[in-house]
Ligand binder design. Structure first.
Ligand SMILES: [Zn+2]
Ligand SMILES: [Zn+2]
Length: 230
């Protein structure tokens, strides 16, 4: 398995294009827009798109899934059914932010533990709520490579302060679903640079061990003396 990243829409969303070198089959993760670029890439690489995978129902990640499926005949899979309302409301959400987006009906909603096959490749599905109720991540175990959408970024975590977001669920997804996959696992986030789970597990300012240790240190410090002028 090899992959390329195309940055799509003006939200600079990382759309991943996965290729099975043995069979010429391809999978696209999060076609948020700019499908001309995606179609050119498929043609250039002489690949046959088998499946369109979606991490979550935000328009910058799946607004062009319906168009891409129509143009290629590929099936759409995901995300988890927890994002069904977001997927149904894609046109309205896109309009609000000035981006063309269309709702779709996936060939299947995904569950934690499902396995996606394309060509000779397998991707494991991890349900990771917190940014969205139906957010999923995809993991290629043999390649030690994950695609995590808006759950975790290099040096940051996903937003949770909107309807459907939850900080406790987000932290739980990162610590108990993503990090156990292994420090060596590389990941493509929904926006920005790639990283590894090991790097974020230690250095991430929101969920990393260094930040946690500093926080515990501060908690353990005695309260400052009272201000005599008060
Ligand atoms: Zn999002
Ligand atoms: Zn996003």
């Amino acid at each position: 398995m090899k992959y390329d990243i195309l940055t799509v829409t003006r939200y600079a969303q990382n759309c991943s294009l996965l290729a099975c070198e043995q069979t010429g089959a391809a999978a696209v993760i999060d076609p948020g827009g700019d499908i001309g670029l995606l179609l050119d890439w498929l043609e250039w690489q002489e690949l046959r798109l088998e499946t369109i995978l979606v991490t979550h129902g935000h328009f910058d990640h799946c607004g062009a899934a319906a168009d891409l499926a129509e143009r290629t005949g590929a099936r759409i899979e995901g995300p988890h059914i927890g994002d069904a309302a977001a997927v149904a409301g894609l046109a309205e959400a896109g309009e609000k932010f000035g981006l063309k987006a269309r709702p779709y009906t996936p060939a299947r909603w995904l569950e934690h533990g499902d396995v996606i096959a394309f060509g000779a490749q397998a991707l494991e599905v991890l349900h990771c709520p917190g940014h969205c109720p139906g957010h999923v991540a995809y993991f290629h175990r043999a390649a030690r490579q994950a695609f995590v959408g808006d759950i975790l970024f290099r040096g940051a975590i996903g937003a949770w302060e909107h309807p459907g977001g939850s900080l406790p669920l987000l932290l739980d997804s990162i610590r108990n679903r993503l990090f156990p996959l292994g420090d060596d696992v590389r990941f493509v986030p929904g926006h920005g640079d790639e990283s590894t789970f090991g790097r974020e597990r230690v250095h991430n300012p929101f969920v990393g061990e260094e930040a946690m240790a500093r926080w515990r240190e501060r908690r353990a410090m005695p309260a400052p003396p009272a201000d005599p002028a008060a």
